[in-house]
Design a protein around this ligand. Structure first.
Ligand code: NAP
Length: 642
């Protein structure tokens, strides 16, 4: 929230700036600043708007909007001129009512606290009961593996709690996925004012969906501000981690930049290695014989000039969605090899920049950024969850999983048709033959317009082989190309790979999980592997909405809760009980049996080769938030420090 102080504009300028405000958000600012109930009643009630990008007018008449803006200008000025001395702090019930009014629909009370945390109105951090002395804190060491979004979040919270920690990062810089992926138009398809730490909002995002470089720079700023950069050892990769029962500690083998190795020890290891950073390259006959440049999207070759070249893109997932538009502009010809068509949602804000006026509002109008974040967290949260549940009674499983899902199919199909314009001949190729949301939903980056260009070919025949100069499809056609881009995704089902993690009694994580069947209680802890926590671990990806930053914050809170218990109670180790783990997996798999990803015929990287869903969670965000709110040590085997 903006601090009370000089407001850098006049009343007239403020009124001008407020013309750009999102009116339902501004209405909440007004209620928040004045405590006046009149603003929560007709004629000021915004209309319900079920679209992802709601109309900023709230469906209110121009006259009512102006009344809200004018009253808000008074309140904001009074706030900055110290005339509002005691701001009324809404109760949870009042907050719940404000939330309902803001989005024009009932926000169930179970969401209130979760959303208040998202808004930065409630602290998400667990607190010490009795903080241990310096010595005890310093004698306890946590090793975080990875300095991406989750690792930095964990480091920031450990730093604030006083628990000593260090971070190892295999790359020369922090940022994880946002450091590694540099393909054209790389960016986030989750709105940035929500895809950012709740405890470190950024009013300055240049776009509603910012690009990778800006997100990486945000993470760098966070890491610097939270004082964690000094604790990161770059160019340092974990090769093996072995738990030693006698000392209840992990012995971790590191590979340093010069190739040498080193052993370090830690009481607790936190894996923050992500799920999507080991490129998956297809095994296509002859791929290695291709004479031109061939590279994966996550290893973009900036030294290769694609201008004037015939460029093949293999794969049509989220990365391809982002890079093809501008690559088509550069290349002489773009050949897209598609195995599956993709559903994509239209997004009004995807290409829009945030106006300077809006950025000003986000920075200086008290509570504006919080209430704006609330609207995003609500709209991009659990809304879609019922749409991806299978209805066993639904009579058309070949096209949708429920009536509701079918309505989404109609809407998204209409969108595709409207985007194709006169290229309706492409419809059979681009219309997916599986229900919407069955694979990760994409945000449209002019995909359908791009594939309709005269200089773009969308090839749906299966690739048979690759020759030194071409891609040959099974219809016998030879497509001459100069460069091949592999947009074929990541080794998402091989979690923590290629690290070798050895738990109690020499048990290896990859023996327990097999090649692709990772499991963990809450996605975080595993029997036989005491004092090991996985952030963004098995089944913690999101397939229906939300932001992975939210999941990271839930997990870090849980982690911190465990560490505080350990330190306060003098526990050398904690280990998830087997029965707790088994019961959780059983419950989760049963839940997954009702979800779209296990729908007959559905093929997605969320599932392993046996069809078990290992990547995404079946839960609503609010369920996972509740499950990870505070650890129950009764679910763990504990051993006291001797
Ligand atoms: P992806 O979604 O896994 O897509 C891979 C694509 O390659 C799919 O179209 C797949 O087809 C195709 N493919 C794989 N192997 C193939 C083969 N042997 N022959 C032909 N086609 C093949 O990969 P991605 O686009 O890199 O994205 C991975 C994940 O990263 C995303 O789902 C998302 O979670 C994350 N991501 C996020 C953003 C963001 O904006 N937040 C951006 C990029 C990536 P099938 O569908 O038939 O398997």
């Amino acid at each position: 929230m903006a601090a009370v102080g000089e407001i850098p504009v006049t009343r007239e300028e403020l009124e001008h700036l407020l013309q750009d405000a999102d009116v339902p958000v501004l209405l909440m600012v007004l209620v928040h600043l004045t405590g006046e109930r009149t603003w929560l009643e007709a004629p000021y009630l915004p209309e319900r708007d079920i679209s992802f990008f709601a109309d900023e007018s709230g469906g209110l008449s121009e006259d009512i909007q102006q009344q809200i803006r004018s009253a808000a200008a008074d309140a904001v000025l009074a706030f900055h001129e110290h005339r509002l001395t005691r701001l009324p702090e809404p109760s949870d019930e009042q907050y719940a009512e404000m939330m309902n009014v803001c989005v024009g629909e009932a926000v169930p009370p179970e969401y209130t606290t979760m959303l208040l945390e998202e808004m930065g109105m409630r602290d998400r951090d667990p607190q010490w009961n009795t903080k241990p002395d310096e010595q005890a804190l310093n004698d306890f060491e946590v090793l975080i593996v990875g300095a991406g979004m989750s690792g930095i979040c964990a480091a920031a919270k450990l730093e604030a709690s006083g628990i000593s920690y260090s971070v190892v990062e295999k790359n020369p810089e922090l940022g994880g996925t946002w450091y590694e992926n540099t393909y054209p138009e790389v960016g986030c398809d989750v709105p940035n004012h929500f895809y950012s730490y709740s405890f470190r909002p950024n009013p300055g995002w240049s776009g509603y969906f910012s690009k990778g470089e800006e997100i990486e720079s945000y993470l760098e700023t966070c890491a610097t501000e939270f004082g964690v950069v000094e604790q990161i050892r770059f160019n340092t990769e974990v090769i093996q981690a072995t738990y030693e029962e006698e000392s209840a500690s992990w012995h971790v083998e590191l590979r340093l930049a010069d190739g040498s190795t080193e052993i370090t020890t830690a009481n607790v290891v936190v894996s923050a290695v992500g799920q999507l950073n080991r490129p998956k390259c297809p095994t296509i006959e002859g791929l290695g014989t291709f004479e031109g440049p061939t590279f994966h999207t996550a290893q973009w070759r900036h030294d290769v000039d694609l201008a004037g070249k015939r460029v093949a893109v293999i794969g049509t997932g989220a990365s391809a969605m982002q890079l093809t538009r501008t690559t088509a502009d550069v290349a002489e010809r773009l050949l897209i090899f598609q195995r599956s068509a993709q559903w994509a949602i239209p997004s009004r804000d995807y290409h829009r920049t945030v106006s300077p006026q809006k950025r000003w509002l986000l920075e200086f109008v008290p509570f504006y950024a919080s209430w704006y974040r609330f609207t995003l967290a609500w709209r991009f949260g659990d809304h879609l969850h019922p749409t991806i549940k299978r209805d066993p009674e639904w009579p058309h499983p070949e096209r949708a999983v429920s009536r509701r899902n079918d309505r989404h199919r109609e809407f998204l199909t209409d969108f595709i048709v409207s985007e194709l314009g006169d290229r309706t001949d492409l419809l059979p190729k681009v219309l997916p033959d599986y229900p919407p949301y069955g694979k990760r939903i994409l945000v449209d980056n002019h995909w359908f317009r791009t594939v309709g260009r005269d200089d773009v070919d969308l090839i749906t025949d299966e690739i048979e082989r690759i020759t030194p100069t071409s891609v040959v499809t099974e219809d016998g056609k030879e497509h001459a190309v100069d460069a091949i881009i592999l947009a074929t995704g990541f080794e998402a089902t091989r979690l923590l790979w290629p690290m070798d993690v050895v738990g109690r009694e020499g048990k290896r994580l990859h023996e327990l999980w097999g090649d692709d069947d990772s499991r963990a209680y809450l996605g975080l802890t595993i029997p036989g592997f005491p004092n090991l926590f996985c952030l963004y671990g098995p089944n913690t990806n999101l397939g229906h909405g939300g932001s992975i930053v939210f999941i990271a914050e839930c997990q870090v809170r849980y982690l911190l809760g465990c560490l505080m218990h350990m330190l306060e109670q003098g526990l050398a180790s904690i280990e998830c009980k087997n029965e707790v783990y088994e019961a959780y997996i059983e419950r989760m798999d049963a839940e997954h049996a009702q979800m779209i990803w296990t729908h007959p015929g559905m093929d997605t990287w969320y599932r392993n080769k046996n069809g078990r869903v290992v990547s995404v969670m079946p839960w609503r965000l609010v369920d996972y938030w509740e499950m990870t709110r505070a650890p129950n040590l009764g679910e763990y085997l504990t051993m006291e420090t001797s």
